[in-house]
Design a protein around this ligand. Structure first.
Ligand SMILES: C[S@@+](CC[C@H](N)C(=O)[O-])C[C@H]1O[C@@H](n2cnc3c(N)ncnc32)[C@H](O)[C@@H]1O
Length: 234
């Protein structure tokens, strides 16, 4: 079992959507990682995670990829106790911060994974098991030579389409216009998904909303759901 981002599978995918930042960790975050991880953290070991067992019940699963400090996923988990929330993040201080919120608010329907979300989806999540996948302010990789590191790519959408249930939702927001154009193009080439007329209105404002507004960016927020049947394409 390992919770490290460097697994024996690392060689499968060379291009990652993140660079591990060393970022300062507070003593409280360290304590949370030591004491709370056994109850709220899921270690991955390349076996499919039995989510119903981990949450102690069968309930719709909402995954958030790259939850940062966890403000949004903690707030969403508190607002929807009937759902189970699974947060994935590689940045350890962020995971520690989120664990502290779980403790402070006594949140029982949230579990965390500290690992590359793409590998987690590939190795540990059963097909058709997710109700919704949220991707809020993914790293923009705005320099042209870095665009290939953006998490939203055609292969990633194929993978999400497998993991979401039929009618499951993919909700994304970015404040980078060029990433928005890229996502729109990938989605227009992803026949497994149908665009929804509007995105769900249940996310919490995070510091990335604020940072975007300071940069003069406005948010581009969209959602799609998976089709019941693939359209026939030539
Ligand atoms: C720009 S931040 C946004 C954080 C958060 N969603 C918010 O709105 O506050 C993007 C986050 O995604 C995480 N991330 C990027 N690629 C990831 C991956 N493949 N797996 C897990 N986390 C990832 C980064 O570590 C970073 O914390």
């Amino acid at each position: 079992m390992t919770s490290s981002t460097e697994t024996k599978n690392s060689h499968h995918r060379q291009i990652r959507s993140f660079v591990l930042r060393t970022g300062r960790q507070t003593a409280a975050q360290r304590r949370a990682l030591d004491e709370l991880w056994p109850n709220f953290g899921l270690n991955i070991d390349n076996q499919t995670i039995d989510l119903a067992t981990q949450f102690g019940r069968a309930a719709p699963i909402v995954m958030e990829i790259g939850f940062g400090n966890g403000e949004n996923i903690a707030a969403m988990a508190m607002a929807a106790p009937e759902k189970s929330f699974l947060g994935i993040e590689v940045h350890e201080p962020g995971v520690g911060h989120c664990l502290l919120q779980i403790e402070q608010h006594n949140i029982s329907n949230l579990r965390l994974i500290r690992h590359d979300a793409v590998e987690v989806l590939e190795t540990s999540i059963a097909n058709g098991s997710l109700d919704r996948v949220n991707l809020f302010f993914p790293d923009p990789w705005h320099k042209k030579r870095h665009n290939k590191r953006r998490i939203v790519q055609r292969n990633f959408m194929r993978l999400l389409a497998q993991k979401l249930r039929v009618g499951g939702i993919f909700h994304v927001v970015t404040d980078w216009p060029n990433y928005a154009e890229h996502i729109a193009e990938v989605m227009s080439n992803s026949p497994e998904f149908i665009a929804l007329p509007e995105a769900p209105q249940d996310r919490t404002i995070t510091r990335f909303d604020t940072r975007g507004s300071k940069l003069g960016h406005s948010n581009w927020e969209r959602a799609w759901c998976t089709r019941s049947k693939l359209p026939i394409t030539p």
